[in-house]
Ligand binder design. Structure first.
Ligand code: EPZ
Length: 425
């Protein structure tokens, strides 16, 4: 059965309002789902191969459904397999090398089909991702690097029209700025280019490592030859592959912060502590008690929450995707904290809503000065981007009284069954 099952499932999950009753202590266990930000580039990379690919541990979230729809719209045959959260993809037929605005505008990772389409078919017409609430989301770094591999492109009416004379040719590429998406697009494209490519100044998020492992399992030849440097031998054929998507470190970090905020003890299952070391260190500094097992983290929130100053940074720095969540926690510290957002130009959309709940946060450029000593009050709230939405839930759990959060469809984009997981604890 094609993607229908998948969308039915996520459709049943689409909420547009969420009522949260705080202040609540939580207890019990939360199981972490597969990583959204590993699933999206890996799904795009399946375009490279004519052979069957079985992916498991995909999170049932809207963005994954949108990427599945995008692949189906270009001609991929996709079956939801009986095994939980798994699909079988077959791209043996000719793929239409077109990604429409309607799909790419809601999920900017749609731009990741550009690299594989050029690598396998030598041409692509892909909509520009367009901005979102956190920033303009340009793709200049992607395009500059693809040009080095021999791509010619023009931007006409909001679409990238790109083509290659014969085949992409391996090249030496140094990214001017660390970019997760550009690194992913180029890893996928170079995997089928003629000859050897050296990519330096790469992003090294765990999701990138997962993409490299997936392509190598398919028959690719990619090697880390430096901390941020990859050597890629292009290949022209791949083998049938089964692959399990890695764990979602941002989902795990969100629930860890939730435990610290509500002074609860929670067991977070299905997460390797090694991939969220920075977040664990930050939470320990703030006062949480944390014990680590191989694939599980137990956290107990402390009554006293210590203030800290912190900057977001590319991995292994503190992730921008946990900035809004940490801000809520720091509102409960006794003294003031400063968070500096170094990655996106407009990622403080949650501040106005938090201030409406009683927080005292001032913004100066890319710095948020959080006064602390906040007693959150329940309120009616508006979600904006995926991670800001979940920060409103955190604040609502800590607030006395009821909160009503609108536009929670943002949540469905990246948090699998969040209402079910929260009700369970
Ligand atoms: C990925 O976005 C993630 N999305 C984001 O997660 C995450 O916040 C971001 O990486 C940073 O870690 C997915 O993995 C699907 P970038 P991406 O390219 O690839 C600028 C979430 O909540 N830039 O590393 O778009 C860009 O504007 C999402 O799950 C250029 O200037 O991030 C930004 O300021 C939100 N030119 C910075 O670099 C380019 O060509 C980092 O962007 C590309 C990026």
């Amino acid at each position: 059965v094609h993607g229908a099952n998948w969308s039915n499932f996520t459709k049943s999950l689409i909420m547009d309002k969420l009522e949260v009753f705080g202040a609540r202590k939580l207890k019990g266990q939360i199981k972490i789902s597969g990583s959204k930000n590993a699933s999206l580039p890996i799904l795009a990379a399946t375009i490279l191969s004519k052979k069957k690919i079985h992916l498991s541990n995909l999170p049932k979230v809207k963005d994954v459904e949108t990427m599945i729809k995008l692949l189906e719209s270009v001609g991929s045959k996709i079956k939801i397999s009986k095994k939980k959260n798994s699909i079988c993809i077959n791209n043996n037929k000719k793929i239409k090398t077109f990604a429409p605005y309607s799909l790419v505008k809601t999920m900017r990772a749609g731009i990741l089909v550009l690299g594989p389409m050029l690598a396998r078919f030598g041409k692509a017409k892909v909509s520009l991702p367009g901005g979102c609430s956190i920033g303009t989301r340009p793709i200049d770094i992607h395009l500059k690097a693809l040009k080095k591999l021999g791509t010619k492109y023009k931007i006409i009416d909001g679409y990238v029209h790109a083509f290659v004379k014969k085949r992409l040719k391996g090249a030496k590429i140094k990214f001017a700025k660390i970019s997760v998406g550009a690194t992913e697009n180029l890893i996928i494209a170079a995997s089928m280019a003629d000859g050897i490519s050296i990519l330096s100044n790469c992003a090294i998020e765990p999701e990138i490592k997962d993409l490299v492992n997936f392509i190598n399992k398919m028959g690719g030849k990619i090697k880390w030859i430096g901390r941020r440097t990859l050597k890629i031998h292009g290949v022209s054929d791949f083998v049938e592959t089964e692959y399990k998507i890695t764990q979602d470190r941002i989902e795990a970090g969100t629930y860890l912060i939730m435990a610290a905020l509500t002074q609860s003890t929670l067991k977070i299952n299905g997460i390797d502590p090694k991939i969220i070391k920075t977040e664990i260190d930050v939470l320990k500094k703030i006062g949480a008690k944390i014990t680590l097992d191989k694939n599980k983290i137990t956290i107990s929130g402390n009554k006293i929450i210590k203030n800290i100053n912190l900057k977001t940074a590319p991995y292994p720095g503190f992730p921008t995707d946990l900035q809004a969540q940490l801000m809520v926690l720091l509102c409960k510290a006794k003294k003031h904290s400063v968070i500096t957002e170094e990655i996106f130009e407009n990622r403080f959309m949650h501040v106005a809503e938090l201030n409406r709940m009683g927080a005292k946060i001032k913004i100066k450029g890319n710095k948020a000065i959080i006064e602390g000593n906040t007693d959150f009050k329940g309120a009616e709230l508006m979600a904006t981007d995926l991670r800001a939405s979940v920060s409103l839930i955190l604040a609502a759990l800590s607030a006395k009284g009821k909160s009503l959060i609108n536009r929670t469809y943002h949540l469905d984009r990246g948090y699998e069954k969040i209402d079910i997981k929260l009700r369970k604890v």
